[in-house]
Design a protein. Sequence first.
Length: 202
Amino acid sequence: MNAQIISIDDPAAIQCALNLLRAGYPIAFPTDTVYGVGVPALDSAALLRLYALKQRPLTQAIPVLLATPGDISHVAYGLSDAALLLAQKHWPGGLTLVLHAAHHLPPELLAHGTTVAVRVPRHPWLQALISLLGSPLAVTSANLHGQPSATTDYQVAGYFGEELEVIFNGEETPGDLPSTIVDCTLNPPRILRQGVVNLHEG
């Protein structure tokens, strides 16, 4: 199987993506950082497919993308003032916050832990897709585990062209830097990965 390439500008793209996601199949798509591959965050079987596709260890949790900042209560609880301030300043955008995970989230998503990594992307098509799906999207970079991130649909096809049904393409993503990750379950919060958002700049 060779993945079909569908432009996100195609009017039928979102419905095609929704059909695949609701059937539990991973899809690849551009984000505001790098290309991602994702499945519905509440679908345990789909999550396991995503781990297998990426060759990602089951001990590494998968981040969650939301359509809007207001959806954060669907996946997390006990937000600190620092977390709320960071979300207000940097969402939508390239900042991932590690938060206390809501109890209904699948253990496969959390790698059997108690925290969840959450972001709201600055990408209108992706925001619309998540909103219409009616579920958070579990998303990780569209590359094999440990390999460089993909910034074009061509690079995604090089990793997964024979394993995905569809790769949704748009313009080349902004660069090879992923999101910045901050653990907001700690006081004070701690930067776990320096990415596209530089929190040391004013």
